[in-house]
Design a protein around this ligand. Sequence first.
Ligand code: ADP
Ligand code: MG
Ligand code: MG
Length: 868
Amino acid sequence: MAKKKKYVYSFNEGKKEMKELLGGKGANLAEMTTMGIPVPPGFTITTEACDEFYKLGKKYPEAMLKQVEEKLKELEEKMDMKLGDPTNPLLVSVRSGAAVSMPGMMDTVLNLGLNDISVQGLINKTKNERFAWDAYRRFIQMFGDVVMNVEHAKFEEALSEAKATKGVEYDTDLDAADLKKLVETYKQIVKKETDQDFPQEPKKQLRMAIDAVFGSWNNPRAISYRKIHDIKGLLGTAVNVQIMVFGNMGKTSGTGVAFTRDPATGENKFYGEFLMNAQGEDVVAGIRTPKPIIELEKIMPDCYKQLVEIYKKLETHYKEMQDLEFTIQEGKLFLLQTRTGKRTAAAAVRIAVEMVDEKLITKEEALLRIDPNQLDQLLHPQLDSVAKQEAELLAKGLPASPGAAVGEAVFTADKARDLTEEGHDVILVRTETSPEDIEGMNAAKGILTARGGMTSHAAVVARGMGKCCVAGCGDITVNEKAGQFSVGDTIIKEGDFITLDGSTGELFKDKIPVVDPELSGNFGTLMKWADEARKLGVRTNADTPKDAKVAIKFGAEGIGLCRTEHMFFEGERIKAVREMILAKDLEGRKKTLSKLLPFQKQDFVGLFKVMKDKPVTIRLLDPPLHEFLPKEEKDIQELAKEIGVTIEKLKAKISELHEFNPMLGHRGCRLGITYPEITEMQARAIFEAAVETGAVPEVMIPLVGHVKEFINQKQVVVKVAKEIMKDKPYKVGTMIEVPRGALTADEIAKEAEFFSFGTNDLTQMGCGFSRDDAGKFLKEYVELGIYEKDPFQVLDQEGVGQLVQIAVKKGKKARKNLKLGICGEHGGEPSSVEFCHRVGLTYVSCSPYRVPIARLAAAQAVLKASKK
Ligand code: ADP
Ligand code: MG
Ligand code: MG
């Protein structure tokens, strides 16, 4: 007979490496147990059991329940207590926990094992009647909500009513008799809402709770959380059953959460919050405002000292910033959770760099620890400090997640999502957020809450998303129903603009301008390490001196793509461009092109001056001509008048230029082939500017699918170069963005000195997805898993990637020193950058703000490859 599968592990049977099987929470509880840290004993039901539970149509795998019984018995013997015992009842928590932490997304039940009889046992044993009734009412509330699907608000209403009747403010002001009454009320609520009695049999309670935790794996908010954070391929959630310890037993009990370093700034100091006489959830739920951890030193110096020792031990052991949960029961400290702490990008960078200084980790580990995409947070604007001083400060809350956000106030998550989809910038304003708000939080530019601390739901989730958040802004009163909030006499209605500074906790009226961030200090250090490690060059896509300057500040080593058509749209130029398009004959075209020449030349001079001796790749005109013509009736009339043709004639010309499928139409090198004078003018502008500034330009011919197209255009360019550049250096190369071009890259490379993969078009033509229309179905494609990611965002390595690989191989064979780059959107996307490194490209080119992301991703590509 095959060996029976093990579905249940005691905490002393696991270790931190077993996350996949035991979930993060279970694996770390086991690790801490082995390290000798005080953890209430318990056991973990594996994620495999959860997986099989779903595969069996929501039934437990055969041996599981029996193994649970065995482990429970072990626990009972160890504690010398019994689940549901009338005199000495054992109480447990039932906690979810997947391999990847999903804070607040799945369900937990505390105080399980209480019923009408065992509550008496708890009273006799603890001699604390108030505590026992409080534990029981909490149990009914959590179990009712999580397991029996009774609306949470029903219990909250009853609790508020109990406090109101008594005329008190806090839960802690209710005494034993009040709570006992509340237990009755709660039981009636359960009966009324579910038509069932509250289950009294503890083993049944346990089974129902396990069911609920498994079930919570697929609740809408957990699914939505996994989608937003791109968490895939997990088996399910583990279930941890653990002996209860009580933070609500009076003045010498309490509970808290803490980080081994400051999760907002990364500063190496103990950081956290706690509440005395409270149970777990109270801290994060933002019901009472917790105290900063340092105050624990005064209240319970011994516990504080022990906690400091433990946090240091944990950080050294994990070599990573930890996020802890602890509970103190009558002066005795217990740890209930440790995990890698979520942090802002600024904190991530500071912690990684400082841990290298502290010799805790190596430079390579530091580089690998930072998610390149997270750097985005650091690169984006902060509030302009001068404008900020003049702005109207409305209120100050907690600096829960840094950065700046400007947007219209909205009061529901749905509204935040809807308005964002319509293109508005919004700030989600709530009394406090809950896990149901996750989608709206993701959509909003920033989050503002009236209640809750630095570890409230809003704060934790916002930091995870890298989103600006001001929490616990107690001076504002939010009226979600009316769609407004007030601060003193000021009323802010839905749609009114507000500004948040998440680094200071400030809330301002109206819009405040934002400015670019500083990139020195720890960030600079990390980037230096990345540059030492990477092999890929990093260039930028920039069309203007302004963009180029930003990119250089971010570390760009050249321009990989300058789109010349952007230079055609401004002011006087568009007029000349339109005249050129509408010219009757070659003569007319040449005349108007000569008007454009000085503009183009000046643009290039500006760009070359900023780039100095860095390489600049300039792409010749690419889009279909009709894009330059007016569409609105009014503009058409105006243009007709300006150039002196009848409206009918102009309209006829416009419809003549109309194409059914412009992306596959008269564009790219096809334009230059039919109108060589355009290519000639552009080449002249480039080379004259190069002579003036000493630049070494790289001229790039777009949309080449056949080598003869390339030769045709190269001849025009070379002819102009001979005249202007004489023997000064320059290059002529091509975009590889048409599949035929990739497949015949050997032919093309004989003629072209460099390739730049235009992966936007290559994806469009490789997958056959029109970029402008794919929005209608691609989202669904990704949801269905047909494509794992949107191929316009993340390079489709298996398909489009093959075209790149073929072109690289064939191209290099024909020309050994062929320079290879990528200039599609993918050039700044970390997994695509890794691919570019693997297939041997020379450089990637991306938008200025993504340059640091590409630098780090390129370094990680080298480190990951050497690990394999
Ligand atoms: P989450 O993953 O949402 O943080 P947890 O399983 O960690 O959920 O539990 C929620 C709260 O209950 C936490 O504050 C935790 O510390 C507390 N808690 C869980 N188990 C116990 C226990 N055995 N004794 C006391 N408090 C507990
Ligand atoms: Mg927890
Ligand atoms: Mg293209």
